[in-house]
Design a binder for this molecule. Structure first.
Ligand code: SAM
Length: 189
């Protein structure tokens, strides 16, 4: 299974955000929804070998981890509004989806949990080793920052475990674009 971890510094942690204002009240929930879409959706299908964990660190109740699993999602469509609506329902504990899991967990706790499961981390950073020359380990976990990048303390924490810093080239991409580029590279490797 491929796993992505998105560190979303401002993403809302209560269901009180407006679906009409994902960037503002949602704390860049538009970015989060685009990342989930690019991580999991294909044309007319889902990537059943992939999941994405969003570490939401915005107000009022940080941190929470919202995980979307491609092999279990039901009734979610790939548009930003629908994905955000499911996040809202999940945060409200109103409706459950078998492919969406909410946990009161920090970034560090999530990393430690995956590390204890023997996972290898790839920290996405322009200044890392070019992906062209890297043979990826099985079941990789990719760690990606939001529009403000990965906080230094988060990077330092991941670096305690087995990891490599991976670059998709010198161009600085949007987080959501990184997911598409990564999938493209992996699909063609
Ligand atoms: N100004 C932010 C910074 O300096 O970190 C830009 C963050 S970028 C919009 C969002 C995330 O995408 C980054 O934290 C990094 O994880 C990833 N990223 C963007 N371009 C990349 C590249 N060429 N190679 C690897 N990762 C990249």
């Amino acid at each position: 299974m491929k796993q992505f971890i998105l560190y979303a510094r401002k993403a809302a942690t209560s269901p009180d955000f407006s679906l009409n204002d994902l960037p503002g009240t949602g704390g860049r929930m538009d970015l989060v929804a685009r990342c989930i879409c690019n991580a999991l959706w294909l044309s007319h299908d889902l990537r059943r070998d992939t999941c994405i964990h969003v570490v939401a660190c915005g107000s009022p109740n940080p941190p929470v981890v919202i995980s979307f699993y491609g092999n279990m999602l039901k009734g979610v469509s790939p548009d930003e509004r629908n994905i955000a609506a499911w996040i809202k329902k999940t945060l409200a504990l109103k409706r459950q989806n078998p492919g969406i899991m909410l946990r009161k967990l920090s970034f560090q706790e999530l990393i430690a949990e995956l590390a204890s499961d023997g996972k290898f981390f790839y920290i996405l950073d322009e200044k890392g080793t070019d992906i062209a020359g890297v043979t990826l380990k099985p079941d990789p976990v990719f760690v990606i920052g939001d529009h403000t990048g990965l906080p230094e303390e988060a990077t330092n924490y991941v670096e305690r475990f087995e990891h490599e810093t991976l670059s998709l080239g010198t161009t600085s991409y949007l987080a959501s674009q990184c997911l598409s580029v990564l999938h493209y590279e992996l699909d063609n490797k």
